[in-house]
Each structure stands twice: as C-alpha cells, then as structure tokens.
Write a protein that binds this ligand. Structure first.
Ligand SMILES: [Zn+2]
Ligand SMILES: [Zn+2]
Length: 247
C-alpha cells in the first residue's frame, strides 16, 4: 500500500473490524485488538473518536452512525471482491482474503455497483457472511425482480427468457450453464407435470422442481423465423470473463 494511504487504511481496517464485531455481538476494545489487521497504534482510537467515527466507553468501543456508514461500504466492497474472485478466478480461500483486502481500498462506488450487478446482487460472500446491500440491489429488487417469475410459473408451451438464477451454488450454476441455461437464454416449457421439462436450443431438459424454482424468467415470445430462436449459452466462467472485460 502507498504510504500516504496507510493512516486511512488503518482506520478503515478498524471500522471494518468493528462491523464484524457487531455481527458477532462483541464490543470490547480487547476483542478489537485481536483482529489481525488492527495494529495497536498510540492514540488511534482517540483520534477516531474525535472524528466522530467511534464512541469509546470504558472498555467498550462502538461505531457511531457516521462510522457505521463507512464500515458498511468497506465490508460491502470486501465481500463483493471476495465473491468476484471466487466466481471468476476460483481463488483458494487464503488468496481470496489477501486480494479482497487490497481491493476494498481501491474499488470506487460506481465500480462496486457494476461488480454487484455483474454478480447478480449476491447476498453473501463465499464464507456465508452477509453482504450489506447497496443502492443497485434495492433498484434490482423494486424494478427488475417484479418483472420476473420463476420458471415453474410458466405454463406448458410458454416461452421465457432467463433473467437470473437465484443460486448460491457455483456447481449448480455451472451445471445449468453447461446445459445452456444462462441469463439471456430462451427456454420453452414442454411439460410442467410431474416435473418441468424445457427446451433450450436443440435440447430437451428435465429439471428438478427445486432447481426450476430458482430460475427466474421474463415471459417472452419466440423471435420470428430466420433468427436463431435458441442460443446455447457460454459456460459460466467464459461469460463472467467476457462480462468483466466489457466493463
Ligand atoms: Zn468472506
Ligand atoms: Zn447490487
């Protein structure tokens, strides 16, 4: 890290650690100093209290609303970066942590939104910790999601376009991607009972009910003849790489 940033980064690390402590119901200074990124520097906490970022109370330390707002953004960037590296490069746990840590200081607000949108507004990091939602997630919930419905709500012979797949499991996403079920793909329902069967490209696929419920589509029409009605999707990793390059 650049020297001039180190004070700021140190403050960021303390704010981030306080956020994690709050998630765990901890509030003592002692617990704070156990966090590996937090270095005990003379007067740092008092300085942060003067900046109205934290409140000190005997052995306890807590975030002020101002500190909490900053911490929330840091944690959001960190966990989004983790998910990005996990999905994109299949980084192992250890390298995810170090890379995400340096990224949280670099990503600016608009890049953070693009990354979040690109990843489908994930709710948790690869470790299962909650990602604080941003403005883009709220827009997605109010503007995009209401226009979509689970694949299981389409009737037989209806056509839909896949908008997103609500799955935390990369294995499942990859299996679906391998079958051509990716955002943008057109699917036609051939059968709904006893389990959904859909046509994607040239293939007919029988889906598990639980899986089909997590595939969200927009009801659509079959494009006119002459245009390829079904396009087999790229693999998930290819798609992620391509999407990333375009940004
Ligand atoms: Zn994590
Ligand atoms: Zn979002």
């Amino acid at each position: 890290m650049v020297k001039t940033n180190s004070r700021r980064n140190q403050i960021d690390e303390i704010l981030e650690s306080l956020w994690k402590m709050k998630e765990e119901g901890e509030h003592s200074k002692e617990a704070l100093l156990k966090y590996p990124q937090v270095k005990e520097e003379e007067g740092r906490l008092e300085e942060m209290e003067k900046e109205n970022l934290i409140a000190l109370d005997g052995k306890d330390v807590s975030l002020t609303p101002k500190g909490e707002a900053i911490a929330r953004e840091i944690v959001r960037r960190h966990r989004l970066a983790e998910r990005l590296f996990y999905e994109l490069f299949e980084l192992a746990d250890k390298s995810i942590e170090t890379t995400a840590c340096s990224f949280e200081h670099i990503l600016d607000a608009s890049v953070t939104e693009s990354v979040c949108t690109f990843l489908g507004h994930p709710r948790t990091c690869p470790h299962g910790k909650r990602i604080p939602p941003g403005e883009c997630c709220r827009r997605f919930e109010t503007e995009v999601r209401p226009l979509t419905l689970p694949l299981t709500r389409l009737k037989s012979q209806e056509v839909g376009q896949v908008v997103f797949i609500a799955s935390q499991s990369r294995g499942r996403l990859e299996r679906l991607a391998g079958l051509g079920i990716v955002p943008g793909a057109m699917v036609k329902v051939r059968q709904t009972d006893p389990s959904p069967v859909v046509r994607v490209g040239e293939a007919e696929l029988a889906l598990d009910q639980e899986v089909a419920k997590r595939i969200f589509v927009r009801r659509g029409h079959l494009p006119p003849r002459g245009q390829r009605p079904f396009r087999r999707g790229l693999g998930l990793r290819q798609r992620l790489r391509r999407g990333f390059r375009q940004r």
